[in-house]
Design a protein around this ligand. Sequence first.
Ligand code: PGA
Length: 234
Amino acid sequence: MKLLAFNHKMNLLNSEIDKYIEEIKKNDLSNCVFCPSAIYIDKFKKNNISVGAQDISFALKGAYTGDLSILQLKEIGITYSIIGHSERRDYYMDNRFINTKIQLCLNNDVIPILCVGETLEENENGKTYNVCINEIDKAFIGNVGLEKIILAYEPIWAIGTDTIPTLDFIENNVSQIKKYVKSNYGIDIKVLYGGGINEDNIQQLSRLDVLDGFLVGSSSLKVDFIKKIIELNK
Ligand code: PGA
């Protein structure tokens, strides 16, 4: 079964979340993990829904105003965390912390969903594969327990749009990444696709055997879409 990870980003108000949970609960959520704003994690847990964090602090505890520690998040029930999302890399200069965050996940029994992907310019210059493996190497180096990592290939230029690369392009890049990780780290890594997934393209994406699941952003706010992606990926 493919893993379906839903990244709410900074969306949904407290006044909206209970209704959202009631609606999604009508589906079989056994292969789903929801990454809501951290203030709602508890509500998902109380409904026996698997939850992940959208990010973790690079530190375990202390004077890091505004951050949330993996220990705090674990205590309220996360089993996954997105790491290195392009929005974190871009707005919060996260690149320098990714290796440490992966280490924290691996040491604390949290499955990291490591996001990698290229900008439009890099894509147009044929650099997609190199960008991805470079980000993988930087995140992996010196860490142990790498087999627990799940990758998400997310072309930055597709995120938040209704555009995705061609299926051939996704298939080719993801299989090259898998080959690279196998030959350099000896691991059969799982790779999700994310960026621009919507009601119109999820059917064709779901047919790609090379993918082990999906990381969905804005469409995960739509309960009809959740129902559809679950139906397609049973
Ligand atoms: P999107 O976001 O589905 O809204 O493109 C995906 C992501 O950022 O993980």
